[in-house]
Design a protein around this ligand. Sequence first.
Ligand SMILES: *Cc1c(COP(=O)(O)O)cnc(C)c1O
Length: 367
Amino acid sequence: MKVPMLDLHAQYEPMLDAIRSRMEKVFQNHHYIMGEEVHELEAKMEAYLGIKHAIGCASGTDALVLAIKALDIHEDDEVITTPFTFFATASSIWRNHAKPVFVDICPKTFNIDASKIEAAITPRTKAIMPVHLFGQCADMPAIMEIARKHKLKVIEDNAQGIGSTFDGQMSCSFGDIGTLSFFPSKNLGAMGDAGMCLTNDDELAKSLRQLRVHGENPKYFHKCVGLNSRLDTLQAAVLLVKLDYLADWSESRRKNAAYYNQQLKDVQQVITPYIAANAVSIYNQYTLICEERDALQKHLQSKEIGCAVYYPLPLHLQECFSSLGYQKGDMPISESYAGKVLSLPIYPEISQEMQDYVVKSIKEFYA
Ligand SMILES: *Cc1c(COP(=O)(O)O)cnc(C)c1O
């Protein structure tokens, strides 16, 4: 048997015809930039998430860069975030000439530890940027309380958590701006790069719409310097078809996670993902904390089972950020987990036989 990390063939099969006809419509009017489908997708996403404004852009990374610009965060400002995330979370801060300030993660959820945030606040702190890692919403009520007390902005990096909730509230709706990525391996993936900003604030929505077109308003008149960062009309056409499947996919991922949890509960050498009682995860990843991680990964790979390490080096120890002055030992939980985490295939189309094979191979390794 062979179990890939993700199976895009299986994912696209039931909808390729619908995507082709959606694309055909674009070929009829050739509005490749900011075509009708982009506005249609934005409206559909606003309805799906229950957030007032959706602003499409070129990638999840750009969504973060745009969010930071819209909140007027710049040189000498500090943004508190997690070191246990994809690189773009911190690089978006850096690229706006602001300083990422890292706070270690909660050992259970992999998300930023809200109880450690206040100690990292300085007079220069402008914002907190939590990440809803692996599809589980961070403890947003606690983070928002700190933000309100210290008058800080909040950007939710929700590249991995579309549709996840905390206390029944939708991710991306807690902070000032939330961001999404439609990278092909995210739960809702395009056929290329695409991203989005979400906000309930009318003024911020206006700035974001302006910033994605070079900061112009009206056309060819610039009060500020923005980006060239639009969501392609063709990608919007793809996403419009796929969005109808998203709720079912999230349900399947939760079902698959529950099955792994059940089947792995007696394996002493692994800890299955912890989801807070008041959180609903969309399981972009199903991530174990395990003993002898590297050897287990090699074993699973030899059995043709896709598995991956997210992430092998926390961001505070990345070479490009060495001038920030962090040392090994500064973020002990993130550093320890970088050597222990392993994500298993959890995509909606995986069969129970495939999951059984993954579980059997893990048990075989530890036996
Ligand atoms: C994928 C991802 C991004 C970046 O998204 P792109 O669309 O690839 O630019 C940002 N943050 C996190 C946490 C991600 O997982």
